[in-house]
Design a protein around this ligand. Structure first.
Ligand code: ASP
Length: 382
């Protein structure tokens, strides 16, 4: 621990952790802040924590919130950018960041933040809970306090998702239970840290600090990213990215043609949640609908609806039809990460061919079934 008390920034966006009533609805920012202040260890602006040998140490926190906290099922890419801008605006002032969020779309937001915050040099920990903080059996207090502990005491330069006893890489995590306290998992990659009696960071898994060309420790890089986030925000309303789960019989209607052809704003990207290792029906009308979209410049990602493992387009003939229609492999990315990454790359205004290339490259640790030599994307000179 450094000589000065660590300082963190906590952003409340809504979610069950801050909900009350029946049916549950988010409480106001003021009410949530006041509730947190009544929790053991909290004396605003301080949270008192203990080291293993029972020494107290203090974390100074600044509470901030969305004006209208929301159920995370109402999140949109514009909200992702809003969160990223708040973190970026304060990156120079704090040691770490906590984003309090609903669990339903937490995996999308934590993925999106990883892509949006290129050059992140400090921990950003997204967390929430299954039971509201106001209820006696809440898991929210432990999640919130552990997230604050991680943000204050580690130097992980990544977006993490803290839930129950694990800190997952944000762009690797998915909600796997509507009921269990360990409601998240990282099906294709170990957690970054385990939170038991001690918090054990798996240093070998943590990504290295960002290079000087992009690190957000540098005010010039922060200013450049701030400008880029404004451009991304302006681009978002101009296109749609869809996620399409295949099901037996999808080839018997013109659903794909209609959805890809008639959606407004126009579809520029689609993440297929195909079967198994990326397989799909090879019915000509189904593949033609995809091919026509590909020829219009739509980026089609062949992902899988199976929770664990990777797409392997070489395994079955039924995946080669998708490939010939222009789809590219999503490898082992979660659907959440693939969707957020596609939104991010499209919002940058890149050409479809470049987006197809980058979708198959690892940018933030989201893709580990490495398809080839990495030649990623940075804006060092942009
Ligand atoms: N519906 C809630 C949300 O995502 C669920 C939760 O937070 O657990 O905001």
């Amino acid at each position: 621990m450094s000589e000065r008390d660590p300082q963190i920034y906590v952003l409340y966006t809504g979610g069950t952790i801050g909900m009350a009533g029946h049916p549950l609805a988010p409480m106001s920012a003021d009410a949530f802040e006041a509730l947190v202040a009544t929790m053991p260890g909290f004396t605003p602006p301080w949270l008192t924590l203990q080291t293993l040998d029972n020494q107290d140490f203090r974390v100074r926190y600044t509470f901030d919130a969305f004006d209208d906290p929301i159920d995370s099922s109402a999140m949109t890419p514009l909200h992702w950018v809003r969160i990223a801008r708040r973190v970026l605006a304060h990156h120079g002032e704090y040691d770490g960041f906590v984003v309090v969020h609903g669990t339903d779309t937490m995996g999308w937001t934590s993925s999106a933040l990883a892509f949006l915050l290129e050059g992140l040099a400090k921990p950003v920990v997204v967390t929430g809970s299954q039971i509201p903080l106001a209820q006696t059996r809440t898991d929210g207090l432990r999640n919130l306090v552990t997230a604050m502990h991680v943000a204050a005491t580690t130097t992980i330069p990544e977006v993490g998702l803290l839930f129950d006893q694990a800190l997952y890489r944000g762009c690797r995590a998915a909600k796997v239970s509507t009921n269990a306290f360990d409601g998240f998992a990282s099906p294709n990659g170990h957690p970054l840290a385990r939170a038991g009696i001690t918090i054990e960071v798996d240093q070998g898994r943590v990504r290295p600090a960002p290079p000087s060309s992009v690190t957000l420790d540098d005010p010039a890089n922060r200013a450049r990213l701030a400008r880029r986030l404004v451009e991304i925000e302006a681009a978002l309303p101009t296109f749609s990215v869809l996620s399409l789960a295949l099901f037996p019989g999808i080839q018997q209607s013109n659903a794909v043609e209609v959805v890809l052809g008639a959606t407004e704003p126009p579809v520029r990207g689609v993440v297929l949640q195909a079967f198994g290792e990326g397989n799909a029906p090879s019915t000509p009308s189904f593949l033609d609908a995809l091919r026509q979209a590909h020829e219009r410049g739509v980026v089609i990602v062949d992902g899988t609806q199976v929770m664990q493992g990777s797409v392997n387009v070489d395994a079955y003939q039924s995946a080669s039809g998708l490939e010939s229609a222009g789809a590219i492999s999503g490898y082992d990315m979660t659907p959440e990460a693939a969707q957020a990454k596609l939104v991010y790359l499209l919002a940058l205004g890149l050409a479809p061919s470049e987006i197809r290339r980058l979708m198959q490259q690892d940018l933030r640790g989201e893709l580990e079934a490495q398809p080839g030599p990495t030649q990623g994307l940075t804006f060092a000179s942009g």
